[in-house]
Write a protein that binds this ligand. Structure first.
Ligand code: 2DT
Ligand code: MG
Length: 217
């Protein structure tokens, strides 16, 4: 049987990741599942949810980073099973959010290399799409500012970290393109969905290895 593909949307808050993940899910259905990280319904996800919502709940940055990674490991077996049974898995955030948000904190010794390590061995995306925008338009969307990290200076630093992570990983590997950048500035939801589908269609159509790969940094 043809295995499912792992398609990842990354990006800053409110660049349309969730909207685009849902549109893609509908296009790939019935043969597809959506998983959003952090997955707040698990044991570890509940702690993460509290940390994000309650700004008085303090944890060391290293511990928070490891919780986000542990939350992916909580879901890893399910993702593998879905792929092997032929179901496409659409991810709304994954390891690159983990690195970019943590590295943006500039905690001593917690650099990008440190941040990548706990995710080593997780299923590797077949396609990564990074949704970005030129300006602060994402801040104007409803609800922005309610959770931890939703501050414009921090978002700018996260954006810089995303760019650097992708660049560093791309430079160090000889694989095919690691990430496809889609700038959503001035584009409608439908226009972005079209660009996304043009990237996804070949990936879900072409034959692939019978098993997934793993992330090896
Ligand atoms: P949402 O707004 O998308 O629910 O995300 N985050 C996410 C991290 O800091 N590390 C991670 O590994 C992941 C997956 C991004 C909630 C916030 O959690 C951040 C925003
Ligand atoms: Mg958010």
């Amino acid at each position: 049987m043809n295995r499912g593909r792992l398609v990842l949307f990354e990006g800053l808050d409110r660049t349309g990741k969730t909207t685009q993940s849902n549109i893609l899910l509908e296009r790939l259905k019935p043969n597809a599942t959506l998983i959003k990280f952090p997955e707040r319904s698990t044991e570890i996800g509940a702690v993460i949810d509290r940390y994000l919502k309650d700004k008085t709940f303090e944890l060391p940055d290293q511990a928070v980073h490891l919780l986000f990674s542990a939350n992916r490991w909580e879901m890893a077996e399910r993702i593998k099973q879905l792929l092997l049974q032929g179901t496409h898995v659409v991810l709304d955030r994954y390891v690159y959010s983990g690195v970019a948000y943590s590295a943006a904190k500039h905690t001593d010794r917690m650099d990008r290399t440190w941040c990548l390590q706990p995710d080593r061995g997780l299923p590797r995306p077949d396609l990564t799409i990074f949704l970005t925008s030129d300006d602060a338009e994402n801040e104007l969307r409803a609800g922005f500012g309610e959770e931890r990290y939703e501050k414009s200076e921090f978002q700018q630093e996260v954006k810089r970290q995303f760019v650097e992570v992708f660049k560093a990983l791309e430079d160090s590997s000889h694989e095919e393109k690691l990430v496809h950048v889609v700038n959503v500035t001035g584009k409608s939801v439908e226009e972005v969905a079209k660009v996304v589908w043009d990237l996804v269609e070949p990936v879900v159509t072409l034959p692939t290895d019978s098993t997934y790969s793993e992330l090896l940094y």
